[in-house]
Design a protein around this ligand. Structure first.
Ligand SMILES: Cc1cc2nc3c(=O)[nH]c(=O)nc-3n(C[C@H](O)[C@H](O)[C@H](O)COP(=O)(O)OP(=O)(O)OC[C@H]3O[C@@H](n4cnc5c(N)ncnc54)[C@H](O)[C@@H]3O)c2cc1C
Length: 389
């Protein structure tokens, strides 16, 4: 539903941003008995600037939440291997069954995000698209006590809540309004161009690395997503004026076969570009507010791990809120930071492009160890209990 009509004046929780982080948080909190309002200024089912590879702990969470059958019904292919290409050397890794997960997934965001929103709504959350946060309401103590919302027709409304959650992405308005401190910042960023190709002859995930270039192939709904990446300092000189020419050149520098394969396939729509942004980890809670997903923590897309961490943090934050008070939110930040810092540092090093093949192999081994720790943590941690318990 769009717009501000029929909203109550108070909710336990208002969640700003209805994509992976926000919709998953709203789902978990509503399922725990909280009265939740979930809003997004964009439309239900719209696309966003992202590719969509999900790692094991994300698939594990979606399985726990009962959402895998819906993802499969949307035609999302199961991914059973991932191959790392270092120049001419290919290292293929089969996805071994662990924590009840025997394959990975990469649903389009037009599949994953609305599916999480539907789950939140079915769990009892009130959902409104086409509604933007304009201001936060503060008590004289400085505590956040609600939000001023505006819809597409210019109607405004102030809604009170016990907590406002910013799941509003990299340019988070909530983070700006509460002045959330940046705790750690990365040094590097990659510029990425990607597109969707029909009839591409490829199986499993592929990640290519060579000097100052990277590329990847991600099987998704009815097509393959193919991306090309360079250090952000080379983004303009590589792609400006002729995005397709630059894209094919980066693919060829990684692997001439990859370029030939992509040239034989059919581009669906147009190429999309992301010029790059440095990683950050922000302080993620305070009196009456919290941040989740990219609003609180972003890292370079080259390791394709933002959605996985957004779903993870939706679970950690929901549990923190259900457990109650400042202690629950402090535990959320502690767990988030401990799990995120190794992923963030390794991703930043990969995004530097200043490695040789032995070094980037070691970085991938470090990343794999951090992902294992994350999956073990998610597998052993409980779902949020009931608010009433
Ligand atoms: C090029 C690229 C490729 C990527 N590839 C991958 C990948 O393969 N795998 C992976 O795991 N991750 C990937 N990522 C990262 C991933 O996209 C993000 O980590 C993920 O989208 C974060 O989700 P989120 O819900 O926190 O925020 P977002 O997806 O950014 O959603 C934020 C939402 O908040 C809404 N919003 C913002 N401000 C307001 C406001 N004031 N009022 C109301 N609503 C508001 C927006 O409309 C938006 O819908 C990629 C990122 C990029 C840029």
């Amino acid at each position: 539903m769009n717009g501000l009509h029929n909203l109550d004046s108070h909710y336990d929780v208002i969640v700003i941003g209805a994509r992976c982080a926000g919709a998953a948080t709203a789902f978990l909190l509503a399922r725990s008995g909280a009265k939740v309002l979930l809003i997004d200024r964009q439309q239900y089912g719209s696309d966003t600037m992202s590719t969509h590879a999900l790692m094991r702990s994300a698939v594990l969470q979606l399985k726990r939440w009962g959402l895998i059958p819906r993802i499969a019904a949307a035609g999302t292919p199961a991914i059973r291997s991932t191959t790392f290409h270092y120049g001419d050397e290919a290292v293929k890794v089969d996805i071994k069954p662990e924590h009840g997960v025997d394959s990975l997934l990469a649903p389009r965001r037009t599949v994953l995000d609305p599916l999480l929103v539907d789950a939140a709504r079915e769990a009892g959350a009130v959902v409104r698209h086409g509604v933007a946060l304009s201001e936060l309401q503060f008590a004289s103590s400085g505590r956040v006590i609600g939000a001023s919302l505006r819809d597409g027709r210019g109607a405004c409304m102030t809604v009170r809540s016990d907590i406002v959650i910013g799941a509003d992405g990299r340019q988070s308005t909530v983070a700006q309004l509460v002045n959330a401190q940046v705790l750690v910042e990365g040094s590097n960023a990659s510029g990425i161009i990607f597109g969707y190709f029909a009839d591409l002859n490829s199986d499993g995930l592929h990640w290519h690395f060579a000097k100052n270039v990277a590329a990847g192939v991600i099987p998704t709904n009815s097509s393959h997503c193919v991306f090309a990446a360079v250090p952000t300092s080379l983004f303009v000189s590589t792609f400006r004026g002729d995005a397709m020419g630059g894209f094919l050149q980066v693919l060829a520098s990684n692997s001439p076969e990859l370029r030939a394969n992509v040239e034989r396939a059919t581009l669906i729509g147009r190429l999309r570009s992301f010029g790059g942004a440095k990683s950050y980890l922000r302080h993620c809670h305070g009196a009456g507010w919290a941040l989740v997903g990219d609003a609180g923590y972003f890292k370079d897309p080259l390791t394709a791990h933002g959605i996985t961490d957004a779903l993870r943090d939706a679970q950690l934050l929901s549990r923190g809120i259900v457990e109650g008070g400042a202690r629950g939110l402090e535990a959320y930040q502690r767990e988030r930071d401990a799990l995120s810092l190794p992923l963030m540092r390794t991703t930043d090093a990969i995004a530097s492009f200043s490695w040789d093949f032995d070094e980037v192999k070691q970085l991938h081994a470090d990343l794999s160890a951090a992902m294992k720790t994350e999956a073990n943590h998610i597998a052993s941690s409980c779902q949020p209990a009931s608010l009433a318990a």
